[in-house]
Ligand binder design. Structure first.
Ligand code: TRP
Length: 453
């Protein structure tokens, strides 16, 4: 049975597209996840590999996702059904929707923490505390039950409200003002952090590559982080691509979003690593890293109360513009493929994700003992989604473009029906057909230990 193409809700301006896509990409992944994953994997060498993956794999995958969504004008699963009818390719979208559940579950745990830190900053809770005391404050809070859960519920409630209302009128409008403000704030924090005593050690940890500290798991983590940070591999950008008007240049959108995302991650690293060494925090402290380092920096700076407060507010907003893009993947699917209303799809999806999220949150506290393969539920969901499902999704997406959809049909979409020159196209196609799939497959198989040198 053929479906009729209804006129689709579109982003209304070029800047709206960039703001929405950059809003999705820039989030906790840049400021919370990037520094701690880099810290756990030895710093400088990790950074180099990460940047290489961003350029050689991330950007081509992003262009592929946008093209698929805009060509098909459908959600993550429906797009494959439309472009490859009667084939199992739609399964790529199924993986994506599954990943969306897992990612938003643990994402909302950490987003809840940022809300608590807004309140902690507002009530000046870090005043006169030593580095150790600030670390203890984080430990006491995030292993608790009531407050972490309450903040998580509030965060999911706000995410739900925005997605239910549709994207255009809410998020698009605010993100354009708030994202530049976030960048400005991070720059101020970087400056203070870089002038702390002992800052040089942190800078060199992040920027001097020491390949002896990089493991094959570290290389997989760099790939997972590249996908996570750019919102790739689960159909977020297929879904958003379907809302991009046929007049926009997909190639330049990709470049701008990637630059914004990468610059913010670098700035976060520059803000955090000097503080790590100045305050004697372990660089591989894990998911709590931002929450343990930055309050120290705010304490040490003139106007720190004010900067700390604004910073955590902006970080919460950055998390929100990402979380709505994750929920939208599930909602667009349920709405278009299961014929649910936006409202019931949003409520249903958010409820299930919140249930999973509660498990993630409690896995730091009362459910600490519940482990699978000796791994805390939070870390298990984080790893299986980011380092397993996203790379697999990304691999299948590039194979789909490179070997199924093919150069001619892809070029048509990327070049707006051949009205743009797209000089980069042959290079893109080469990366998509040969380099990206082989690289992803090798990194993945080594990283999970199925291949050994
Ligand atoms: N990229 C976002 C961040 O860095 C998180 C995110 C949004 C995401 N959509 C995604 C991650 C899709 C993976 C896949 O915080």
């Amino acid at each position: 049975m053929a479906k009729i193409d209804l006129p689709r809700e579109n982003f209304t301006s070029k800047f709206g597209v960039i703001a929405a896509a950059a809003g999705s990409a820039v989030g906790l992944g840049n400021i919370w996840r990037f520094p701690y994953i880099a810290g756990e994997n030895g710093g400088g060498a990790f950074l180099l590999v990460y940047l290489l993956f961003i350029i050689a794999i991330g950007m081509p995958v992003m262009l592929s996702e946008f093209s698929i969504g805009r060509k098909a004008q459908r959600n993550a699963i429906g797009s494959f059904k439309k472009l490859a009818p009667g084939t199992p390719w739609y399964f790529v979208g199924v993986i994506g929707v599954a990943a969306a559940f897992l990612i938003l579950a643990f994402y909302s745990t950490v987003a809840g923490w940022t809300l608590e830190y807004v309140v902690k900053s507002a009530t000046d809770s870090f005043a006169d505390k030593t580095g150790d005391e600030i670390s203890q404050l984080f430990a006491a809070f995030h292993t608790g039950t009531f407050w972490p859960l309450l903040w998580q519920l509030i965060f999911m409630g706000v995410t739900l409200a925005i997605v239910m209302a549709g994207i255009k009128d809410g998020i698009e409008r605010y993100v354009k003002i708030l994202m530049p403000l976030l960048v400005l704030m991070i720059i101020v924090i970087c400056i203070r952090s870089l002038t702390l005593p002992g800052a040089a050690e942190g800078v060199s940890y992040l920027f001097s590559p020491d390949f002896s500290r990089l493991t094959t798991e570290g290389v997989l983590a760099a790939l997972g982080q590249a996908f996570f940070s750019l919102s790739l591999g689960m159909g977020t950008l297929i879904t958003y691509g379907s809302y991009i008007s046929k007049k926009e240049k997909l190639g330049s959108t990709v470049t701008q979003v990637t630059i914004a995302d990468t610059v913010i991650a670098m700035l976060a690293g520059i803000a955090i690593f000097p503080a790590v060494f100045a305050f004697g925090i372990a660089p591989d402290a894990g998911p709590g890293l931002v929450f343990e380092t930055l309050p120290n920096v705010f304490q040490e700076m003139a106007g720190g109360y004010f900067f700390g407060l604004i910073f955590f507010i902006l970080l919460s907003i950055a998390a929100l513009t990402s979380s709505i893009s994750i929920l939208e993947v599930v909602v667009a699917y349920m709405k278009e493929e299961l014929n649910m209303t936006r409202r019931s799809a949003s409520i249903f999806a958010a409820a299930i994700i919140t249930l999973l999220g509660v498990l993630c949150t409690l896995s730091f506290g009362v459910m600490q003992e519940v482990t699978i393969f000796e791994t805390r539920l939070f870390d298990l969901m984080e790893f299986s989604a980011s380092d397993v499902l996203l790379p697999i999704g990304g691999l299948l997406i590039v194979l789909f473009i490179g070997w199924y959809l093919g150069a001619a049909r892809t070029r048509e979409e990327v070049s707006n029906d051949n009205s743009l020159k797209v000089r980069y196209f042959p290079a893109y196609m080469f990366l998509i057909k040969f380099i990206a799939p082989v690289a992803i497959a090798i990194v993945f198989l080594y990283g999970i230990g199925l291949l050994n040198i």
